[in-house]
Design a protein around this ligand. Sequence first.
Ligand code: F6P
Length: 342
Amino acid sequence: MRIGVLTGGGDCPGLNAAIRAVVRRADHYGYEVLGIHNGWAGLLGEGSIAPLSVRDVSGILPLGGTILGTSRTNPFKNPEHVQQVMANLDRHGLDALVAIGGDDTLGVAAKLYERDVRVVGIPKTMDNDVNGTDYTIGFNSAVTIVADALDKLHTTASSHHRVLVVEVMGRDAGWVAVVGGLAGGADFILIPERPTNVETVCRHLERRRQMGKDFSIIVVAEGAVVPDLPTLEQSDTDQFGHVRLDRRNIGELVGREIERRTGFETRVTVLGHLQRGGSPTLFDRVLATRFGVAAVDYINEGRFGFMPALRGVEIVPCKLSEAVATNRRVDLTLYELAQLFY
Ligand code: F6P
């Protein structure tokens, strides 16, 4: 048996831990692994496809990013590209494929499975918005970085008696903002799932001042819905049709408006790609390892069209069609929990 493995979409810590686990588990069964470089682009001739041995993956467990490279290439944009992907799978004698990615990469995998490609997925994305799993690889590392940043921003906010607005990633889901903000003691969190006027934030900040709290930390998700703020329309999209949310500058807009309406000195920090960098947390290393092993076990059992999912403490098989049917939006009970500490 020869298995191909690729990483697609935005990188995040834990990808290498998953690749290592795939290779090690495949070796256990006596299967050969080929590493496909640069996501789906690698199957379109835009990246090499080369053997990946146990020796190649030695030492990569704590390494951020992905040794295979990644891209946001969508072969389904062009029917000829789909044929090319299928032909390349054949040409390299790949009997099975492991696609490590978020909803876009897994969406391509689900469509290939409908065309009889023997594929399994592994859910990763710092956004944590893949349906069917409690956690995706990369989320825990990202929110750990957010919480650490909030700790650091607290001391400078408090010294200068300022409002600090912190913009975090997460696309159309508020997971990073809510969990990062909860862990980092945010004084207000703005997310896509709970539209909130900037006026409400200002009134809250004024109440805090009256209570003697002379600094505040506001976490803003990049996709936050703030109805009383004119946000920049953005038309720049990637191959999966996602708009560039970083160009909305929502953090800057919120910060500017808070300062204008309250007169409180305000600064804005955009955490950006820092949230996807560095070494994976212990949680992500273990999750990625469990997912990688389970994915190869599914291949060994002939269980294609699935991905391993974390539900509670168990790893369970989840259909790719279920995983990509919808985006998993934030648990609002967590948001309400964070609100108790504003
Ligand atoms: O999907 C992961 C993510 O980090 C989103 O949170 C963010 O909107 C997007 O990727 C940024 O993409 P890029 O790396 O292409 O700038």
